[in-house]
Design a binder for this molecule. Structure first.
Ligand code: HEC
Ligand code: HEC
Length: 338
C-alpha cells in the first residue's frame, strides 16, 4: 500500500517562513497550496487489487441488510452516502436498539487511511469490516449463517464463484469485496481542488483568508494536513468525556489517553455532528471549542492552544472548510439480487 506521511519537513519550514514574514504572501500561499494537492490514483493493496466486478459485488454487500442477524441493518444504515457516509446523529442505532457510544466516522477516502476506528484498533479495511458485521451492538450477524444465506441467492453464488474460482462465498471473500468497494469511495473534486490546480476564481476571498488562518493563526494544519486534511495520528484535542480512546490500546502512553484519530475534513457539510461522540453540532461550535483549547490535562496535544478569532475570521475559516466539499455528486444505489 502506498502511503506518504503528509506532515513533511517542507510544511514546517513553510510555516516558519510565514511566521518570520519571509517571501511574499502570494509565494507562501502558492507553496502552501501544493501541500494539499490531490493524488490522481487510488492505492489498492497487492492482496486485493481493484477490479470493477469486485467493487460492484462489494457495493451490493455494503448496502445489503442480509449481512445482519435480523436482516435489517446494512453498512449503509450507519454510513449513508447522503450524509457523507455517516449518519446525522451522535450515536447511530444498531442491533441492540440503542445509540452507539461513538459517532460513525466516514468511509470517504478510506483507501488513503492507514489505520481504522477512532482508536485505530484495526489495521486495514478487511479487518475493520469484520467488526460491525458480528458486533452485537451493530449488525449482530453470524458468519456461518451469512455464508449459507448468500449461497442460497443464485446471483451472489455466481458472483463469488466467478471472482473467487474454486472457493466461492467465504468470510474472507465477503470482507475483501466490501473493502474493495470502500476503497473506491473517494471524495470528488471540490472548489478548493480547482483553486489548488490554478483556478483563482474557484473559491471566495473569504475562503482564501480562511485557508491562511487554517495554516497559521488557528493552527489546524498541525494535525489536519495533506490533501485529505488528516495526519492519521491520534491526539487528545481536549473534549471532556470518559472515553479514553487510543488510551485503551496504549495504556502506558500518557499522550494516548483521550486521543482519537484525526478525521479528514472533506465533504464536512454533510457530516455533522462532529467529534468522536458527535459532541459538536456544527462547524461554528467546533471552531469556538478549539479557541478555548478544551480540557487542560497532561494528555492534551501541545498543538492545542487558545487563540481568538473575530466574527469575520471565524466565518472565513468556516467558508474555507466548506470549500473542501465536492461539487454535487450522486451515488446510484445497487439493485440487490434475490
Ligand atoms: C450500527 C451502526 C454501524 C454499522 C451497521 C456499521 N458501522 Fe461502521 N462504524 C460505526 C461506528 C460507530 C464506528 C466507529 C467505532 C469506533 O471507532 O470505535 C464505525 C467505524 C467504521 C469504519 C472506520 C473508519 C475510520 O476512518 O476509522 C469503517 C471503514 C466502517 N465503519 C465501515 C463499515 C462497514 C464496511 C460496515 C458493514 C459491514 C459498517 N461499518 C457497519 C457504525 C456502524
Ligand atoms: C492536535 C491536533 C489537532 C488540531 C491542532 C486540530 N484538530 Fe481538528 N481534530 C483532531 C482530532 C484528533 C479530532 C477528533 C477528536 C475527537 O473526536 O476526540 C478532530 C476533529 C475535528 C473535526 C470534526 C470532524 C469529524 O469528522 O467529526 C473538525 C471539523 C476539526 N477537527 C476541525 C479543526 C479545525 C478547524 C482546527 C483548527 C482550529 C483543528 N481541527 C485543529 C485533531 C486536531
Amino acid at each position: 500500500m502506498i502511503f506518504r506521511p503528509f506532515q513533511s519537513a517542507a510544511f514546517s519550514a513553510l510555516l516558519l517562513a510565514m511566521a518570520a514574514g519571509v517571501g511574499s504572501a502570494q509565494q507562501t500561499a502558492d507553496s502552501l497550496k501544493q501541500l494539499y494537492k490531490r493524488p490522481l490514483a487510488i492505492p489498492f493493496p497487492a492482496s486485493a487489487p481493484y477490479s470493477p466486478q469486485m467493487a460492484t459485488l462489494g457495493k451490493m454487500l455494503f448496502f445489503d441488510p442480509r449481512l445482519s442477524g435480523a436482516q435489517n441493518l446494512s453498512c449503509a444504515s450507519c454510513h449513508n452516502p447522503s450524509f457523507g457516509y455517516e449518519v446525522p446523529v451522535p450515536g447511530a442505532i444498531g442491533a441492540a436498539n440503542k445509540p452507539l457510544a461513538r459517532k460513525a466516522p466516514t468511509v470517504l477516502n478510506a483507501a488513503y487511511t492507514p489505520i481504522f476506528f477512532w482508536d485505530g484498533r484495526a489495521k486495514d479495511l478487511e479487518e475493520q469490516a469484520q467488526g460491525p458485521i458480528t458486533a452485537s451492538a451493530e449488525m449482530l450477524g453470524k458468519f456461518p449463517e451469512i455464508i449459507s444465506r448468500l449461497n442460497a441467492i443464485p446471483e451472489y453464488k455466481d458472483w463469488f464463484g466467478r471472482l473467487f474460482p474454486g472457493s466461492g462465498v467465504s468470510k474472507d471473500h465477503v470482507l475483501t469485496a466490501i473493502a474493495t468497494y470502500e476503497r473506491t469511495v473517494v471524495t470528488g473534486w471540490a472548489p478548493f481542488d480547482r483553486w489548488v490546480d490554478g483556478d483563482d476564481a474557484a473559491i471566495s476571498a473569504s475562503s482564501k483568508r480562511g485557508f491562511e488562518l487554517f495554516n497559521a493563526k488557528a493552527g489546524c494544519a498541525g494535525c489536519h494536513s495533506g490533501w485529505n486534511f488528516t495526519d492519521n495520528k491520534f491526539h487528545d484535542v481536549g473534549f471532556a468525556d470518559d472515553d479514553i480512546g487510543r488510551g485503551k490500546l496504549e495504556p502506558d502512553n500518557p499522550m494516548a489517553q483521550h486521543a482519537f484519530k484525526t478525521p479528514g475534513l472533506r465533504n464536512l457539510i454533510y457530516r455533522a455532528p462532529f467529534g468522536h461522540a458527535g459532541q459538536m453540532a456544527d462547524l461554528e461550535s467546533i471552531i469556538l471549542f478549539y479557541e478555548t483549547a478544551g480540557v487542560d490535562r497532561p494528555s492534551r496535544s501541545p498543538l492545542i492552544k487558545t487563540f481568538s478569532l473575530d466574527k469575520e475570521e471565524r466565518q472565513d475559516l468556516i467558508d474555507f472548510l466548506k470549500s473542501l466539499t465536492a461539487e454535487k455528486v450522486e451515488t446510484p444505489l445497487p439493485n440487490l439480487p434475490n
